[in-house]
Design a protein around this ligand. Structure first.
Ligand code: GDP
Length: 362
């Protein structure tokens, strides 16, 4: 990974709290990077970033996202000021979550669906939440060469998952990136995640429409029921419906549609259905898009679309508030001093747990 480096605004002696890495652009815009020799680290003030994002400048959008992804307190205020100024320009996209097990065909789908959408006149941003990066420091989503054709389109913007941190932190950054992408004029935001662990619920909590990608023939088409993921989905797509796979895909699709009658729906008033597609051969894309546009239109007419967005913001607020309260509590010098001794007493059975908690809170 020689072509990845730390963002220019990280201090030279930065440690691991600076998780972000940026990939060198194929042809950096000459007005924003030094033209020769050792490149001095250039910082962009908020006004320049705001102007750049609003003008749809992809390089400055990238830099703005890198700023909000920083874990350093020093960048927190600048990042939040950026969000504050751009927030009024956000909200106008359709936010679509896409999940599925590794190998289901998500990147092939996003690449071809993204290209198709651009062909229809849309601007497409792709973000990702990769739970594997927070669990193992490895990455399921990030290690492949992904979406090369899509990334070359002027109407697209692709940002890999923030590379480390707890799922909550990664999700916060993705949510804020989404705001920046919308302010930059992207009207379709695709947020990809892997079908493992808790990240589906996290993505569901920040998108309007949630698509679950399945593959036929594994004999476990209905596996999503067990994990409760089918109940999060607004559409299930059975991918790889091509060649010899067609009968198996159609059978899986029928079984899913039967099962979906008995499940709770993810969105009030919307019957989740299963469709087949071939991401590779680009069939079924039009039907998927029709389903999404019908969903949005219906949701806007009956108010469900706006209600969900409002509920998501409230939920996000509550979530950040409890996180901040916890952080403040644990970073209090008094608590830091008393906590280890109380923990030992609890472990030794010399102090009741409830009493220990009360002593700390008091
Ligand atoms: P991801 O891990 O979910 O992102 O899956 P990928 O998009 O990387 O696809 C995994 C493999 O399935 C790759 O070898 C793809 O070429 C293949 N694949 C993806 N979509 C299709 C499809 O519609 N039909 C067929 N036959 N293969 C596909």
């Amino acid at each position: 990974m020689t072509n990845k480096r730390k963002p220019e605004w990280t201090p030279d002696n930065a440690g691991r709290e600076f998780a972000s890495r940026v990939r060198e652009a194929a042809s950096p815009a000459s007005n924003i990077t030094a033209s020769s020799g050792a490149q001095p680290r250039k910082r962009y003030d908020t006004a320049t970033l705001v102007k750049g994002v609003l003008a749809g400048d992809r390089t400055l959008l990238s830099k703005a996202i890198t700023l909000i992804e920083s874990n350093s307190e020093q960048h927190f205020e600048a990042g939040q000021e950026l969000i504050r100024q751009l927030l009024p320009h956000s909200g106008k996209s359709i936010r679509i979550g896409i999940t599925g097990v590794p190998g289901a065909g998500k990147s092939t789908f996003i690449e071809n669906f993204g290209l198709w959408l651009i062909g229809q006149g849309h601007q497409v941003a792709v973000l990702a939440i990769d739970p594997s990066s927070s669990l193992s420091r490895g990455s399921i989503l990030g290690d492949k060469t992904r979406m090369e054709q899509l990334s070359r389109q002027s109407g697209s913007f692709i940002r890999p998952s923030p590379s480390s941190g707890a799922l909550g932190g990664v999700a916060r950054k993705t949510r804020e990136s989404l705001i920046l992408c919308e302010a930059a004029g992207y009207d379709i935001i695709l947020i990809e995640t892997v079908g493992v662990g808790q990240s589906e619920t996290t993505v569901r909590s920040m998108v309007d429409f949630f698509l679950l990608m399945q593959i036929p023939g594994a004999g476990d088409e209905l596996q999503g029921i067990k994990k409760g993921i089918m109940e999060l989905a607004d559409l299930i797509v059975v991918n790889k419906a091509d060649g010899d796979n067609i009968p198996a895909a159609e059978l899986a699709c029928r079984e899913l549609n039967n099962a979906l009658h008995y499940l709770r729906h993810a969105t009030k008033g919307w019957q989740t259905k299963a469709l087949t597609c071939s991401a590779l051969h680009q069939t079924g894309l039009q039907e998927i898009w029709s389903s999404i546009t019908r969903f949005v239109q219906q949701g806007k007419e009956n108010g469900v679309f706006e209600q969900r967005r409002q509920a998501q913001v409230t939920q996000w607020f509550d979530c950040l508030l409890s996180e901040a309260v916890l952080n403040r509590f644990y970073s209090d010098p008094d608590i830091k001093e008393k906590l280890p001794a109380l923990r030992t007493e609890v472990e030794n059975g010399t102090l009741p747990v409830v009493l220990a908690v009360k002593q700390l809170l008091d």
